[in-house]
Design a protein around this ligand. Structure first.
Ligand code: TPP
Length: 319
C-alpha cells in the first residue's frame, strides 16, 4: 500500500515521540528518578516506526532490552511506560518490571526482554499461533546484530522456514553489541545473508530511512500473510548513546550533533517538505505537541504512587 500523507505525518510524529521519550528517560535516569537500566533507542527510531507502520494492531511484535521505541511505535501509552520506568504502581507492570519488561498485549506488543535473543523464539511461537488459528496475523521479532550470533536466532529461523510461519525477523544492526563490534563478532558482512541457510528471503536496508524500512517490511508482511513464510530484514542503523545509561562515564555517548548524517528524523522531514506534505511550521507544531505529551507523561510518572511493600507479591504469580 502506498503511504498516504497522513501515514507519513504519523510516522514523523512517532519518530519524534520516541526521540523525545528517550531524551526525557535519559535525563530522568541521570537525575536519579529511574531505578534499574535504560537502553536508549535514540538514532534507531526509523526501524521501529517503519516496521510497525506496516503492521496491523492485531499483529504481534516481540522486543528487546532496547525496547521503548518498539513499544511506542506499536501504539503503547507513554504515560504508563514512563510510570513503569519510574517503578510506580500505575506503570505497565505496576512498577515491578521497569524498562525491560514492558508489554501491552492490547496493541500486540508481547514484551521487551532482558535476555538477548530470547524474543525470537517467542515471536516464532506467536507466528505459529497465528497460523494454527487460521488468522492472517504476523509476528515480528526485533533483535540486534549481537543476538544474531546466538542459537535462538538460528533455531527460530529454521523452524519458521520449515513450517512457513508468518514471522518477520528484523535485525537492528547498529554495529555494536555493548562494546564488541559487529566487524569482529559476525561471520558475515550482512546479517541478511544468513537467510540463505534457512532458504528464506533476506534483505538489507538503510535503517535511517523510515520509508525504505516500511517498504521492505511491507513485502515481508505480504509474503507472511500469503502463507509463504518468514523473511529476514536487516536494518543498518546507529546507536547514538552508550550501550546503556551509566552512573559512571565508562560508555560515553558521542556529543550531540555528531550524528547528523545518520539522523532519521530530518531525513523524513526533508521528504515531507519536498513533497509538500508538511511545512516547517507544521513540523514544529508536531514537535511541540509531542514535547508537551512527553512532559505530561513524566509528570504522570512523578506523581504516581510507589508500589506498597505489602503488595510486593501481587501481580507476580498467576492465580
Ligand atoms: C543471553 C544474554 N547474554 C548476554 C547478555 C548481556 N547483554 C545485554 S545487551 C547485550 C548486547 C546485545 O547486542 P545486540 O543484540 O547487538 O543489541 P544492541 O544492544 O546493540 O541493541 C549483551 C551481551 C544478556 N542480557 N543476555
Amino acid at each position: 500500500m502506498a503511504l498516504s500523507p497522513e501515514m507519513m505525518l504519523e510516522m514523523y510524529r512517532k519518530m519524534v515521540t520516541i526521540r523525545t521519550f528517550e531524551r526525557f528517560a535519559v535525563q530522568e535516569f541521570h537525575a536519579g528518578n529511574i531505578p534499574g537500566v535504560v537502553h536508549a533507542y535514540i538514532g534507531e527510531e526509523a526501524v521501529a516506526v517503519g516496521v510497525c507502520t506496516a503492521l496491523k494492531v492485531t499483529d504481534k511484535i516481540v522486543s528487546t532490552h532496547r525496547g521503548h521505541g518498539h513499544t511506542i511505535a506499536k501504539g503503547a501509552d507513554i504515560k504508563l511506560m514512563m510510570a513503569e520506568l519510574f517503578a510506580r504502581s500505575n506503570g505497565y507492570c505496576h512498577g515491578r518490571g521497569g524498562s525491560m519488561h514492558i508489554a501491552d498485549f492490547g496493541v500486540g506488543m508481547l514484551g521487551a526482554n532482558g535476555i538477548v535473543g530470547a524474543g525470537m523464539p517467542i515471536a516464532t511461537g506467536a507466528a505459529l499461533a497465528a497460523q494454527l488459528e487460521g488468522s492472517d496475523g504476523v509476528a515480528v521479532a526485533f533483535f540486534g546484530d549481537g543476538a544474531s550470533n546466538e542459537g535462538a536466532f538460528h533455531g527460530s529461523l529454521n523452524l519458521a522456514s520449515i513450517w512457513k510461519l508468518p514471522a518477520i525477523f528484523v535485525c537492528e544492526n547498529n554495529g555494536m553489541a555493548i562494546g564488541v563490534p559487529a566487524s569482529y563478532a559476525l561471520s558475515v558482512e550482512d546479517v541478511s545473508s544468513r537467510s540463505v541457510s534457512y532458504n528464506i528471503p533476506g534483505i538489507t536496508v538503510d535503517g535511517s530511512d523510515v520509508i525504505a524500512v516500511y517498504e521492505a517490511v511491507e513485502q515481508a508482511v505480504l509474503r507472511a500473510r500469503a502463507g509463504s513464510g518468514p523473511t529476514l530484514v536487516e536494518c543498518k542503523t546507529h546507536r547514538w548513546r552508550g550501550h546503556a545509561e551509566q552512573k559512571t562515564a565508562s560508555d560515553e555517548a558521542p556529543p550531540d550533533g555528531s550524528n547528523a548524517e545518520f539522523d532519521p528524523i530530518p531525513k523524513l522531514a526533508s521528504r515531507l517538505l519536498e513533497q509538500d506534505i508538511a511545512t516547517r511550521s507544521s513540523l514544529n507544531g508536531i514537535e511541540s505537541e509531542v514535547e508537551t505529551a512527553v512532559e505530561q507523561a513524566v509528570e504522570f510518572a512523578r506523581t504516581s504512587p510507589m508500589p506498597k511493600p505489602e503488595d510486593a507479591l501481587l501481580e507476580v504469580f498467576a492465580p
